[in-house]
Design a protein around this ligand. Structure first.
Ligand code: IPD
Ligand code: CA
Ligand code: CA
Length: 282
């Protein structure tokens, strides 16, 4: 199980890796735990809520405080690495790039709905090598290092083996942009009678981990950003799940459509969803 092959993106380990991946994993966990601590400390308090791309796209002082803490934690150990974070973007270039969603599921968090997390990934030479997703309310840790399998709280995970859409439980998410919401509502309506259930939990990074560990059989979304998925994609791949774009080709950060599944379901899911090809985000 821990040596589950990566079905989607077979790549060799980086030559002369500029970082010890065990060390990087420990740092990823440490900064995620610090962000989760900040989230717990402010839960239910004054969050100083603002909006971004639309009135439903929230940002709170906790999102920014978590990203600052994660950036400081990484910089203290790896001063020559760069960080791409949802709230502050990226400055500079380096072989090692951390891709961070400091609080995935902000809207859930702001309402006290207990489904939100921290997502931290390390990319080396353009390949994601380490991924950590920490479920803050449950203190459940999903982690993966490329080539070594994926774990939940240290134990190996694997996806389900359900191959029949009508027995599958799926999840999806809705981007904050109205056009994409309407587009996905049409897909949602079409899919609903063809599967057992569709959930909309509200934290994409965690949704991906739920596919990786078999709690969900599949997931799709139409406009996810690199920070939403960088860690979750590696966790899926290392668990032995499948993650593609809308055309069924291996998913790349920046693809407009992400479809994840246990693998057994994948071809039928791609066909049923019928959400277009390999466009990248605008
Ligand atoms: C959002 C969540 C949500 C997904 C949205 C994301 P945020 O991230 O992952 O589930 O549907 O597309 O933007 O804003 O809570 O970090
Ligand atoms: Ca997010
Ligand atoms: Ca976020």
């Amino acid at each position: 199980m821990t040596t589950a092959p990566n079905r989607d993106l077979p790549v060799d380990p980086p030559v002369d890796p500029p970082v010890d991946l065990d060390h990087a994993l420990n740092i990823a966990i440490a900064v995620a735990e610090e962000a989760a601590r900040i989230q717990r400390a402010h839960l239910g308090g004054d969050l100083d809520i603002g909006t971004k791309s639309s009135v439903t796209d929230l940002v709170t002082k906790v999102d920014t405080a978590c990203e600052t803490a994660i950036r400081e934690g990484i910089a203290a150990v790896f001063p020559d690495h760069v960080v791409l974070g949802e709230e502050e973007g990226q400055s500079g270039e380096a072989r090692c790039r951390w891709i961070v969603d400091p609080l995935d599921g902000t809207l859930n968090y702001a309402h006290g709905f207990p489904f939100y997390c921290v997502s931290v990934a390390l990319e080396v030479d353009g390949v994601i090598e380490v991924g950590v997703v920490l479920d803050t309310p449950r203190d459940e840790l999903f982690a993966a290092v490329r080539g070594r399998g994926a774990t939940r709280d240290g134990r190996p995970i694997a996806p389900s083996d359900e191959a029949e859409p009508i027995r599958a439980m799926l999840a999806t998410g809705f981007a904050y942009v109205p056009e994409r919401q309407y587009e996905n509502l049409e897909v949602f309506a079409r899919m609903l009678p063809q599967v057992r259930a569709i959930r909309r939990p509200g934290a994409a990074a965690l949704d991906l981990c739920y596919v990786a560990c078999g709690r969900l059989d599949g997931f799709w979304e139409l406009k996810l950003q690199p920070w939403d998925v960088a860690a979750g994609v590696l966790i899926l791949q290392e668990a032995g799940a499948t993650v593609t774009n809308g055309a069924g080709a291996p998913y790349r950060l920046g693809d407009r459509v992400l479809i994840a599944s246990n693998g057994a379901l994948h071809a039928r899911l791609v066909s049923l969803l019928d959400v277009g090809g390999a466009e990248t985000l605008a």
